[in-house]
Design a protein around this ligand. Structure first.
Ligand SMILES: [Zn+2]
Length: 209
């Protein structure tokens, strides 16, 4: 009996040591910078339309703490004249300004910055670029051309890949977040493939300490 009590005590001590470090994991912070052209759309509306389904998906496979915050009207960041630039130039300009303006923030791969714009990029004929990200990096640009674009670009920043994307069928075809060339007739699954979920979970675990 005494022996059992000792074991129980030992287990509870181990738990009490392990739990705090798990809860102390650094939050993944997605800072969204709505372009000034979106001044008439509230943060709540943008959150509901473009980030809530993504948050629900993330919380379905990871316990990692996640925050989505909005930053508005920051000269140099939210007023980039992106219509006259290529997607690569926009991402470079945004990244450069983030490096300049957020330099007091300690560097962490848990801080992701996303410029949100109304229009797409590199429009030529029937093709356009909906978003662009630094793979496994900290900055991305995303347009509002599809509700899945922010989730796609955030996926890139968390090491998800096109190669591991999937098309699912649940009575109708849907595309997981990382499908690169979207087909209009298919819906959004609003989820990552199992392989991309695993890659994202590993990324969060590896970079959050
Ligand atoms: Zn992509």
């Amino acid at each position: 009996m005494l022996k059992h009590r000792c074991i129980a005590l030992a287990v509870s001590l181990v738990c009490s040591v392990v739990l705090p470090s798990a809860w102390a994991a650094r939050s993944l912070v997605i800072t969204v910078y709505p372009h000034d052209e979106l001044a008439s759309i509230s943060d709540k509306q943008l959150h509901d339309d473009f980030f809530q389904a993504w948050l629900d998906e993330m919380r379905s496979f990871t316990q990692h703490p996640i925050e989505v915050i909005f930053q508005r009207a920051i000269p140099g960041l939210t007023d980039i004249d992106y219509g006259a630039m290529t997607s690569i130039e926009i991402l470079d300009a945004f990244t450069h300004e983030i490096d300049n303006q957020r330099s007091v923030r300690p560097f962490s791969f848990m801080n992701k910055d996303l410029l949100l714009t109304r229009e797409s990029y590199d429009q030529s004929g029937l093709t356009f670029v909906a978003g662009l990200a630094q793979p496994s990096g900290n900055t991305a640009i995303a347009s509002m051309t599809s509700h899945a674009v922010p989730g796609h670009e955030i996926g890139h920043m968390l090491s998800a890949t096109h190669e591991n994307a999937e098309t699912h069928f649940n009575g109708w075809f849907c595309e997981t977040y990382m499908v690169p060339n979207r087909v209009a007739l298919r819906s959004n699954c609003y989820r990552y493939s199992d392989q991309n979920r695993a890659a994202i979970a590993d990324y969060l675990k590896y970079n959050s300490n």
